[in-house]
Ligand binder design. Structure first.
Ligand SMILES: [Zn+2]
Length: 253
């Protein structure tokens, strides 16, 4: 173990901040992020860039670990990614080894989950057992979870958020009380609004209210609307397909 790594291991295993100080740090990081980001300007932001994750890393590393995470990287690269397709986990952290044997690290954050959550009428989402009144709170708590993964990878070469060591670190540094992400997911949102595959729904399309039946739910809902110009389906009728964000659907009763 190098001296940079053992310094981080020491800090990670021993440091304990008072709960109030943790909350103050997290709030100060939020203020700094909203002030300095070129993309993320409000608590329920609509744009984010990998640079914002880089900024979060620097802010968290300074506030909680005195910059020891960056030092423990020892020049190895840490890349940040926004993943639009990941729909289950809030994020992932990986240790990558190139063919030439070069080690790098990568933190990915699932932006689809962030942007799907926090629409009006959603129940309050939580991450790590912490309530997230706004999108930036969720981003921070997901990032904290991924940062603990990175720290474990740097210190011990492996990381597991269902194991005791991870949960103890996540709790002591960030007050996480659970290791599951409980963000509102698309299918959950659809269920909460009473919409599922087979539901009759209505929505507005080009200023016209149309009704149809939900055929599929992925990133959006596929709604089949009867239309003489549409394609013929197995029931002998013709339908046109509409791809509609779930939040724009209303159950038809
Ligand atoms: Zn995890």
């Amino acid at each position: 173990m190098t001296s940079e790594t053992s310094t981080l291991v020491g800090a990670v295993l021993e440091k304990k901040l008072p709960p109030q100080r943790i909350d103050e740090n997290v709030q100060a990081i939020q203020q700094a992020l909203l002030r300095h980001s070129r993309h993320l300007r409000e608590a329920d932001f609509n744009a984010i860039h990998p640079d914002d994750l880089q900024l979060l890393f620097r802010l968290y590393d300074e506030a909680f670990f005195d910059g020891e995470c960056a030092r423990a990287l020892q020049g190895r690269k840490l890349n940040f990614r926004l993943s639009p397709r990941m729909t289950r986990a809030g994020g992932t952290t990986a240790r990558l080894v190139s063919r030439a044997g070069t080690v790098s690290y990568e933190i990915s954050i699932a932006i689809s989950m962030l942007f799907d959550g926090f629409a009006t009428r959603d129940r309050e989402a939580s991450v790590g057992g912490l309530p997230c009144p706004s999108r930036v709170d969720a981003l921070q708590h997901i990032f904290e979870h991924e940062l603990v993964h990175l720290i474990e990878l740097l210190c011990w070469g492996r990381s597991d958020c269902s194991a005791g060591r991870f949960q103890e670190i996540a709790n002591r540094f960030f007050r996480h009380r659970a290791h599951t992400h409980n963000l509102v997911t698309r299918s959950e949102r659809a269920r909460a609004s009473g919409i599922g595959v087979g539901s009759r729904v209505r929505f507005t399309f080009e200023n016209r209210e149309v009704t149809g039946r939900v055929n599929r739910i992925t990133k959006r809902a596929t709604v089949l609307v009867e239309d003489p110009e549409g394609e013929r389906f197995s029931d002998g009728l013709r339908y046109r397909r509409y791809y509609v964000p779930i939040a724009a659907l209303k159950p038809e009763v």
